[in-house]
Design a protein around this ligand. Sequence first.
Ligand SMILES: Nc1ncnc2c1ncn2[C@@H]1O[C@H](COP(=O)(O)OP(=O)(O)OP(=O)(O)O)[C@@H](O)[C@H]1O
Ligand SMILES: Cc1ncc(C[n+]2csc(CCOP(=O)(O)O)c2C)c(N)n1
Ligand SMILES: [Mg+2]
Ligand SMILES: [Mg+2]
Ligand SMILES: [Mg+2]
Length: 323
Amino acid sequence: MDEFDFIKSIQPSYHKQASLKKGIGDDAAIIKEGYQNIITTVDTMVENIHFSRKTTKPFDIGYRVLAANISDIAAMGGTPTFYLVSIVIPKSWSHDELKKIYQGMENLADVFHMDLLGGDTVSGDQLVVSVTVLGTVADHKERYRSHAMEGDFVFVTGTLGDAAAGLHLLLEDSTQHEGYEYFTKRHQQPMPRVQFINEAASITRIALNDVSDGIANELNEIAEASTVQINIDYERLPKHKAMNHFSSALQEEWLLSGGEDFELVGTVAEKDWEYLQEAANKTNTPLAKIGEVISSNNSPFRVQLYKNGKYQLLEKSGYTHLK
Ligand SMILES: Nc1ncnc2c1ncn2[C@@H]1O[C@H](COP(=O)(O)OP(=O)(O)OP(=O)(O)O)[C@@H](O)[C@H]1O
Ligand SMILES: Cc1ncc(C[n+]2csc(CCOP(=O)(O)O)c2C)c(N)n1
Ligand SMILES: [Mg+2]
Ligand SMILES: [Mg+2]
Ligand SMILES: [Mg+2]
């Protein structure tokens, strides 16, 4: 049983609270509160799974785990406001190192004016940092994975595969490699796309997901949740210029399934494309059209990749826990 089957197996069949608009099944939960909604989500990072002493400095462990959570708030169209931290501490971690983890979180929290609300501290064998984030989004401006419609343009922010390239260079100690500083920074200190998505608040409908597991996964989640088919073009996938210094096999793997870029991927009506571009320009966000939603209500709800003159099925890939 992998993580996705496990999540399905524990999903409750109904909600008890009328205010719960979205529970399990998107990047974060949505709770209606007057004319706005509260958003909440939790993500956990574990030593030697999500980071290691070799790949990530204590400051960056804190920064990255908070960034991953803020990215899920952005993926719902929201603004982050508060966070709580639960930490499992092994004996081998010094007080100084633990302080640095909190400095990393505080550094990013300052950018978004977020307050630390509380948390929990326990001892254990492996460093584990679990962060719960709260945020808000105006009512009817939530961005669900289920909102894609036939004819939509498929878009992605930033460049893809950078975090995976950074991780590779860190693990290989390739400090002289072209783009080392850029790629490793993208792995260690990703910046969630909050400003961009908030700037796009006037758009009525956007289907959205954030790139934690790679676009092959994230686009399949949109296709399934929206019951649509999605076509994307490999040549249109945005990549940093230094990416060309890696083999084409590595590039393909990282662009499609690298994950941890914490970019936003989604779909928008063709008529709203120019407004999305305006939001991208205003917030200095690279934005690429990578494909289209081609049909709906036509099972299987799948993603096709156009490469070398033909379409191929783009199956889910990327990192899967409990595999
Ligand atoms: N152990 C769990 N118990 C209850 N709900 C869970 C559990 N694990 C995941 N979920 C829910 O399942 C959905 C998918 O979770 P997942 O962690 O894959 O999403 P994500 O946070 O966007 O991705 P990532 O963890 O890769 O950043 C979310 O709605 C999440 O809240
Ligand atoms: C030391 C080290 N080894 C491997 C990786 C790669 N990695 C770990 S989890 C994950 C997917 C997202 O996880 P989740 O679904 O839990 O958000 C990826 C791509 C890493 N970051 N650090
Ligand atoms: Mg997510
Ligand atoms: Mg998660
Ligand atoms: Mg996951």
